[in-house]
Design a protein around this ligand. Sequence first.
Ligand SMILES: *Cc1c(COP(=O)(O)O)cnc(C)c1O
Length: 430
Amino acid sequence: MGAVDPRRRVPRTDVVLADPRVAAAVDVWGRERVKAAVVGAQRRARAGEIDPAEVPAAAVASLPAGLPRQVVNATGVVLHTNLGRAALGAPAVEAVVAAAGHTDVELDLRTGRRARRGRDALETLAAAVPAAGAVHVVNNGAAALVLAATALAAGREIVVSRGELVEIGDGFRLPDLLVSTGARLREVGTTNRTSVADYAAAVGPQTGFVLKVHPSNFVVSGFTASVPVADLAPLGVPVVVDIGSGLLAPDPVLPAEPDAASALRAGAALVTASGDKLLGGPQAGLLLGSAEVVERLRRHPLARALRVDKLTLAALAATLRDPATPTRQALRADPARLRARAGRLRDRLVADGCPAEVEECGSVVGGGGAPGVELPSWAVALPERFAEPLRVGDPPVLGRVVRGRLLLDLRCVPEATDDTLRDAVTRVAG
Ligand SMILES: *Cc1c(COP(=O)(O)O)cnc(C)c1O
């Protein structure tokens, strides 16, 4: 008895076209285009590259992505930039849907007059960080820095440590971003050590502000020294702190991660942060600081170009009001519970004839947050060959390959998604 000839099991074109997923794609892309995709997927199945059962999913996956697809994040990276960083919580999703129509984003319904755009989000943000005299929101963390540099230091100097001139990913470098605003960088100290005296010697009439940047994505260890915000505040110029990840207050789970409230209490004139990192909200740039500085930024002509969308404002307001976000839950996931879930999944997968095992692993925060921190976690381990079919499946499942095996880390997978995950794996194994 030889192996089954895969050609005989490849589904016929009309059968594949009748699959509901494929039929839905026909509505978007038209019959001819989808048919070509089906033929391509059938060819791959005949070549043994994919399982015949995967032909409908593979055909749909090979079409241009008409819409962003929801994926299962089993990578163990809580804030995965390629997967859209933070997943919004249910209240934020509801707020986005409600705001998608006409809304009172810039109107006071009681008086019928124009009101401050996005005041719900701004008031909630201000209330969350009482140390801030005023707050403002722009498109993302980089936009917050650009606005600060343009409004406070164009044609002047930004004093910054050589140890904090970081690249934030995809080739974007903060020093280039800052210089693009017309500010000059006045670099002080060395890669590993910078002292207050270094800053003091550089500060003068040309100084727009002193900048402190959270060194995302890396840690310096060994013979190192950096200057805390409290020691920079007395230099007599504004101190701007780019905390990056966006904790509003200290978080005991990530004790080394900087937060906005502490930086402001230490004397920062302005703090910039991302909304879609540790805050767990939509992409946004948060600016918190003294009323005088924030007002200068808000009134700068560039502020209009960085204005944030009504959907973002809605999601941000809802996130701030209900901080039990998926990001927070992932960070706080109890390893014992993750282990129990991995065990249950493994048992059911093995019962279905799938070679699954339970494996201890380590998750990371990602998005530049808490570099060097590993969160103890548990995964379902599968043979590496599962990685591609799971990625192109429906829903797409993303794990990480470690030493020839695919780990599905459960830390960032909501427990309610366990059955979906199991079904996806079973389909691939079948
Ligand atoms: C992520 C990050 C930025 C950029 O923020 P975006 O919201 O991605 O634009 C800037 N500075 C630091 C320190 C960061 O970690």
